[in-house]
Design a protein around this ligand. Structure first.
Ligand SMILES: *Cc1c(COP(=O)(O)O)cnc(C)c1O
Length: 733
């Protein structure tokens, strides 16, 4: 039979079954793959996985790349084998229903005024899914979770970011445990991106003037549920060769690269919105990187409405919301006067202000020639509403920027706080979701930010909750073993080592996870300060404890890389072999496995340097317990019954003494609280007091630290006021 005839025959069989051709079936799958909504629908994730489990994993869970390897006919055959037709049709119908529903949402009820004038949410990174590497860590994940939650709530919002075709690096450790960075070119055709089009249907390119010539950027569109995300990309014809690489990498390069990226994000982003015909009602700057944006909006206001600079500034600031994330002065982007003139000079001419005036907007002391231009300072000056990302971080930020408002007492510094939260459906394990489905009210998934929903956790059968956790834990251990043996094989280690890697970790042992950027303030090595006591804890035969570490160090951060090396090489010490492991290439995928399967999530930053932190919030949803320094979100979350606290919420000015004291208290908490409670089993082998804490943790924290609650807070405390023109209260507190 000719191939054509085969197709015809299959088509006939299939059509008689459902009335859909293989091509139409394929189109439906592509439509699903091209809206990231699929990534937080467990049924659709498993639908794509069922098409080809091995390839789906090998392709980094990228359904577009998977479909590109299949013909419609192959897809149809696979669908027939697996009986997938109904699932595909149902998923497709659900997506269409979701996209069509603009009325029956929280956003339609509460944020109607934003309907024709949406929030424009600017961020230099967006962590949406492991297959789209345009994020490096917490800031990006937060931005991704923010726009996903806005989609879920139906809040009118568009995202603006940059497209990095090489993204952040992939991490591999060499045989010595030293971090190597690898940059991989992403294939645009494998991503759910389309060129953004203007009203006439033409692809959009924006042009930004500098003293040194024009910078061009094209604009891509990604659909994140109901939220459009626009990404600017400098890899376009017409740019100088080095400028075509400007947006290749996230946080790569020197100050000049950085300011050029930020110019494209801020000024280019505003120009892109205008070309798209979008007139935002609110500009939300997620961190200082995008703080040039309001300058371009000021110019638009002067040009369109004939306002003078000062009036335009006041009007734009009223509409601008600024979120600061950095609790250390050195962490804020600062540029020297020459770089500012080179990149903002042409816009400054249009604004009709002097170089000194412009510099003044980025300085704490406007006249101080010695002060560089700080993106946080201009962000604060060009926004009427500013916020930190946890209550404690609010205090720290008000103190840090008090000299911007020297006439005010600290409590009146206009920086409030809205604590970060996580997008529940993106981080919640499917099995845990099914458990909640059985016990919670039927529409709980639409009301995840409502604390009363989660009180039902106390009605769950403790044995069932524990069993679900054990299933997730064993999934995590399988994942870690697979990763570790792959790591060993890649490094060319002998068969014995590869075999041993397949058997690491004990399903019965208390499993503690630690994964984050290896910035030194996060103190990944805190528990290593007393190696002998750490060894005793880990090798205890009756009450064993094991650790899974993961995380990347910034490519230029040697101390961070040495930390990784030290931890990774513990595998050569017999006390720690098979009990303390390091999983390479921490990303959303590794993170998801970890937060869903650990018993305990360890977080021991140097207080108060963790602005919020969100990884521990993901652990809560899945029944893990936090053991953390009282910093960031945990300082306001811990109540004595819903996890564990390291230290007493104070810190010593002397860093060494502070670290020594926290290290001591960490060991104490593990030995006196965490381990005894974990191993306190009843006659049925259930750790009752532990399960009670799991329930307390879920009941008290899941709603409060969800991105749904966070976005609702932004709407009510910031967006509506910024859009509405009320101008009295400057604080979002
Ligand atoms: C959640 C997450 C983060 C942020 O977590 P922190 O608590 O701020 O460290 C960073 N990276 C990945 C991959 C994550 O999933």
């Amino acid at each position: 039979m000719s191939p054509k005839a085969t197709i015809r025959q299959a088509t006939v069989e299939y059509s008689s079954w459902t009335g859909v051709t293989p091509e139409a079936l394929y189109e439906k799958c592509l439509t699903l793959a091209k809206n990231l909504w699929w990534s937080w629908q467990p049924e659709i994730v498993s639908l794509f996985r069922d098409l080809d489990p091995v390839r789906f994993r090998q392709l980094g869970h990228n359904p577009i790349a998977l479909l590109a390897e299949m013909t419609p006919k192959q897809l149809q055959e696979r669908a027939a084998q697996m009986v997938l037709y109904t699932r595909i049709n149902q998923a497709h119908r659900r997506l269409n229903r979701y996209l069509a529903n603009r009325q029956d949402t929280w956003g339609a009820r509460k944020a109607g005024v934003l309907g024709s004038a949406p929030v424009a949410y600017f961020s230099t990174e967006f962590g949406l899914h492991e297959s789209i590497p345009i994020y490096s860590g917490g800031l990006g994940i937060l931005a991704g979770d923010h726009i996903k939650a806005a989609s879920g709530l139906g809040v009118p919002l568009v995202g603006i970011g940059l497209f990095y075709d090489q993204g952040y690096f992939k991490q591999q450790l060499d045989i010595d445990g030293y971090q190597r960075e690898e940059y991989i070119n992403t294939k645009v055709e494998d991503l759910p991106m389309l060129p953004a089009l203007d009203a006439k249907g033409a692809p959009i390119t924006v042009s930004i003037d500098t003293r040194d010539g024009k910078l061009l950027a094209k604009v891509w569109l990604i659909h994140v549920g109901r939220t459009p995300l626009y990404l600017l990309d400098c890899d376009v014809e017409g740019n100088y060769p080095h400028d075509r690489e400007l947006t290749s990498r996230l946080y790569g390069g020197d100050h000049r690269t950085r300011i050029r990226q930020e110019l494209v994000l801020g000024v280019g982003g505003v120009k892109a919105l205008r070309t798209l015909g979008i007139t935002p009602g609110v500009y939300h700057l997620n961190e200082g990187h995008s703080a040039f944006a309001p300058l371009q909006v000021i110019w638009e206001r002067m040009h369109d409405d004939g306002l003078g600079f000062d009036d335009a500034l006041r009007s734009v600031a009223q509409q601008t919301v600024f979120t600061t994330h950095t609790p250390v002065p050195a962490g804020h982007d600062r540029f020297d006067s020459r770089l500012i003139e080179e990149h903002l000079g042409p816009l400054r001419d249009q604004l009709g202000i002097t170089h000194e005036q412009l510099m003044g907007l980025g300085r704490v002391e406007p006249q101080n020639d010695g002060e560089r231009f700080c993106m946080t300072v201009i962000g604060l000056k060009l926004s009427r509403r500013a916020n930190a990302v946890s209550s404690l971080h609010g205090h720290v930020s008000r103190r840090m920027w008090a000299n911007l408002w020297p006439w005010r007492v600290e409590e009146e510094i206009p920086i409030g706080h809205i604590t970060n939260g996580v997008h529940t459906p993106s981080w919640l394990a499917h099995q845990m979701q099914q458990l909640y489905d059985r016990y919670f009210v039927s529409d709980w998934a639409e009301r995840m930010g409502d604390p009363s929903i989660w009180q039902k956790i106390y009605e769950v059968d403790p044995g069932e909750l524990w069993e679900t956790h054990i299933v997730l834990k064993s999934t995590l251990l399988d994942f870690v073993r697979r990763r570790l043996s792959r790591q060993c094989r890649r490094r060319g280690e002998d068969d014995e080592t590869v075999d041993a890697a397949q058997k690491v970790l004990d399903p019965g042992a208390l499993t503690i996870g630690f994964a984050r950027r290896f910035a030194t303030y996060k103190r990944a090595d805190l528990i290593l300060r007393n190696l002998d006591r750490f060894g005793e804890i880990v090798t205890n035969e009756k009450h064993p404890v094991q650790f899974i570490f993961s995380g990347k160090a910034h490519p230029a951060d040697e101390p961070g890389k040495n930390l990784i090396k030290r931890i990774a090489n513990l595998r050569f010490d017999p006390r720690f072999a098979g009990r303390v492991v390091f999983v390479e290439d921490y990303d959303i995928n590794v993170g998801r496995h970890l937060v869903q399967g650990v018993d305990v999530w360890l977080n021991n930053p140097r207080r108060p340097l963790e602005a919020s932190g969100t990884s521990g919030q993901k652990v809560v949803l899945n029944g893990g317990l936090n053991c953390s320094v009282l910093d960031g979100w945990w300082a306001e979350a811990y109540n004595g019954m819903n996890g564990f606290a390291i230290g007493k919420g104070r810190h010593h000015v002397d860093q060494e003494r502070n670290d020594a004291r926290d290290a001591e208290d960490l060991l104490r908490v593990l030995q006196e609280e965490v381990i005894p409670i974990f191993y306190d089993l009843d006659d049925h082998g259930l750790p009752r007091p532990w399960i009670e804490r799991m329930m307390n943790s879920i009941a008290t924290l899941a709603a409060r630290f969800s991105a749904h609650r966070m976005v609702m807070d932004y709407v009510e405390k910031a967006y509506l006021i910024a859009a509405g023109g009320e101008s009295s209260d400057m604080s979002v507190r």
